[in-house]
Write a protein that binds this ligand. Structure first.
Ligand SMILES: *Cc1c(COP(=O)(O)O)cnc(C)c1O
Length: 522
């Protein structure tokens, strides 16, 4: 460096405002002014949220996609200089965006496994965001790491995996299912072939690996197989019975066929709560079959896992304690804000097969010193402190009331099914198992005995759902069952009652009749 550079540096130093002057009002810190600014922002955000979202009279405004985009396009995404105060910004976005959101807290928002979040979890989210702990290493989340491990031990106990079990919070069922099959694949290769997949990649014989699950298992089983290099071809689906549960006889048959053709069934995925019908596969029997055939037993309880909170429903999960791994989602039946899920294993040693070590993050020396770096159990690195919101919710609500909420939604689905059966224009597809009700509008105008009429009935069902969404009366789901378009309510909101579902049913029938009349007129 020359003398000139030195001088230049000094002048820069003199000209520069302090970092605090420049950026101090952007971050929450020790300055009283920044704390006041934070309070005011959070208060305004809360007021706008209550006005534009919580107090909504309908589950959706009915706005079309183009008009929502048009409102946003009035402002550049990143203005060079901001032109609005925080209060103006929040009020504008409240009107342009929040007002046109799916109101998950509304009793008629009944499409998906999309829950209203508990208030306690919202308070926790404020802390999760503000404290911004990262769960990959202990030095980024000291007390947080211990809290997650503490909650995890309780969860393992809840599903009967306490003895040797362990687990980690995940982004949800997709990630948990992937982890289950990842561990299953690595375990099989290590035990059968003395092969370390993590280091050596897939051996040639891996093209013969097969995963078994029911026809109604979640699509992420196939997605996981694809991501794991086994291909969707590795997934063999087993037939379901009239209650949409995996059929044991077909499982045994398929196992025999697979083995007969030299294929290697290494994992059995049971579903505890299918997405459409809430069906629970026979876990105890499947656990035994998996054991007898040397297969990893993974239970996808993303939806049904919440039954464990209910005294009266818990027994329906019997057999889950036999699982090698379990998926459970808290952003469904545990009323947590997205995202929040967990992946549990019966034998904590099985996490060894995905272990990675980085000198900057979790050096081996930490391991020797007993420092818990949770990154070794996760396929994420930077990871949110989602355990906090579940913990605060459990502490605030208590187990009994959690159980009552589960019971309420199961009963509500049954009551709603009774209403549907009493309605001549609607046909119920199956008795509800958990909180979903699947049904179909049957047109008055046509005999349903030819392809054209069936096709028209399909279209009518799809249009009923679209119309109720556009009118904002109800957010309903659709699905196909045996090739036919159906409607679905997913009853997860503990504030929904049968008086609400009765109104939704009436609106569905009214919409169906109106669409039929329009069709005849047109
Ligand atoms: C929701 C769900 C998943 C996927 O979970 P995400 O949290 O959406 O990633 C997997 N399996 C079942 C049975 C589910 O209901």
């Amino acid at each position: 460096m020359t003398v000139g550079a030195d001088v230049q540096e000094q002048t820069v130093e003199q000209r520069r405002a302090s970092a605090g002057e420049l950026f101090g009002d952007l971050f929450l810190g020790p300055e009283l002014a920044s704390q006041d600014a934070y309070r005011s922002m959070i208060n305004t955000a809360t007021e706008v949220l209550i006005r534009e979202f919580a107090a909504s009279a309908k589950p959706y405004s009915g706005a079309a996609p183009e008009s929502l985009l048009a409102a946003l396009e009035r402002q550049p995404v990143c203005p060079e200089e901001p032109s609005e105060t925080m209060s103006e910004l929040l009020n504008r976005l409240g009107a342009d965006m929040l007002r046109h959101s799916a109101v998950v807290t509304h009793p008629a928002c009944v499409a998906h496994l999309h829950c209203p979040p508990l208030m306690a979890s919202l308070a926790a989210e404020a802390w999760i965001a503000a404290s911004n702990q990262s769960m990959d290493s202990w030095d980024q989340s000291m007390a947080g790491t211990m809290l997650e491990e503490h909650v995890m031990a309780w969860l393992c106990g809840l599903y009967g995996l306490a003895e040797t079990g362990d687990g980690v919070f995940t982004s949800g069922g997709t990630q948990s299912n992937l982890m289950g099959l990842l561990l299953a694949r690595n375990h099989y290769a290590a035990v059968r072939w003395n092969w370390n997949v993590q280091q050596r990649g897939l051996p040639a014989a891996s093209c013969r690996l097969r995963i078994l699950c029911s026809e109604e298992a979640h699509f992420t089983v196939k997605q996981s197989a694809a991501l794991l290099g086994l291909g969707e071809q590795a997934v063999v689906t087993i037939k379901t019975d009239s209650r949409h549960r995996m059929r044991k006889d077909d499982l045994l048959l398929k196992l025999k066929e697979l083995k007969g053709s030299g294929l290697l069934p290494f994992a059995l995925v049971a579903t505890a709560g299918t997405t459409d019908f809430g069906a629970i596969d026979p876990l105890e029997e499947l656990a035994a079959i998996a054991r007898q055939n040397g297969m990893w037993f993974h239970v996808d309880a993303a939806y049904g896992g919440a039954l464990a909170m209910s005294e009266s429903q818990r027994a329906r999960l019997r057999g889950i304690e036999e699982a090698d791994s379990v998926t459970v989602d808290f952003h469904k039946g545990f009323y947590q804000p997205i995202s929040c899920g967990a992946f549990l294993v019966r034998d904590k040693e099985t996490f060894q097969s995905i272990r990675m070590s980085a000198d900057y993050l979790n050096p081996e020396s930490d391991e020797e010193a007993g420092v818990p770096n949770l990154v070794v159990k996760s396929i994420q690195t930077t990871r949110r402190f989602d355990a906090l919101k579940l913990y605060l919710s459990l502490q605030h609500v208590g187990g009994r009331k959690f159980g009552e909420m589960v019971d309420h939604t199961v009963r509500l689905a049954q009551d709603t099914a009774v209403l549907i059966k009493a309605e001549p224009r609607l046909a119920l597809l199956a008795e509800p198992e958990l909180g979903t009700v699947v049904f179909r509008y049957m047109p008055v105008s046509r005999e349903l005995n030819d392809d054209n009429s069936l096709h028209w009935a399909d279209e009518l069902n799809a249009r009923i759902r679209d119309r109720l969404l556009a009118d904002g009366w109800a957010v309903l789901a659709r699905t196909r069952v045996w090739g036919r378009q159906c409607l679905k309510m997913t009853l997860l909101n503990p504030l929904t009652e049968s008086a609400h579902t009765a109104i939704i049913i009436r609106k569905i029938v009214e919409a169906g009749l109106a669409l039929e009349t329009e069709q005849q007129a047109g």
